[in-house]
Design a protein around this ligand. Structure first.
Ligand code: AMP
Ligand code: ZN
Length: 119
């Protein structure tokens, strides 16, 4: 399924639920987490509905590669200091035991001065 009408992140991509957008292209969307753990905390998602990282396969290699190349650029844009003093953390909670609550694959990108609220 490329779009799930019941999915909160699909609704954010469509603009049906408001978000603070960080980045958008044809395949990728990024927006600030509503409940940040760190001074910088945004989410990167594919526009196509993929339930989690457990569902990715070889057809997603290009998408995932582009997301990974984009992440450090967006981290700097959003205020993370440069490596090595600064940096960022990428987390993709996957499945119940992975702590996943929203079942549209997403990468948390977190950074900024310590201490953080969590993580
Ligand atoms: P998880 O599935 O556990 O990796 O976490 C889902 C994340 O989505 C949490 O950090 C939430 O704060 C975030 N979140 C949930 N709803 C929204 C929303 N409407 N806008 C922005 N972030 C959200
Ligand atoms: Zn979705």
């Amino acid at each position: 399924m490329s779009h799930d009408p019941n999915c909160i992140f699909c609704k954010i991509i469509e603009g049906k639920i408001p978000s603070r957008k960080v980045y958008e292209d044809d395949d990728i969307f990024a927006f600030h987490d509503i409940n940040p753990w760190a001074p910088v905390h945004f989410l990167m998602i594919p526009k196509k509905h993929i339930a989690s990282l457990a569902q990715v396969d070889g057809t997603h290699t290009d998408l995932l590669g582009r997301m990974m190349v984009l992440a450090p650029k967006l981290a700097l844009q959003e205020g993370c200091r440069p490596y090595p003093e600064g940096g960022f953390r990428i987390v993709s909670n996957t499945g119940a035991e992975g702590g996943q609550e929203v079942h549209h694959m997403h990468w948390h990108v977190m950074g900024g001065p310590r201490p953080w609220l969590r993580g």
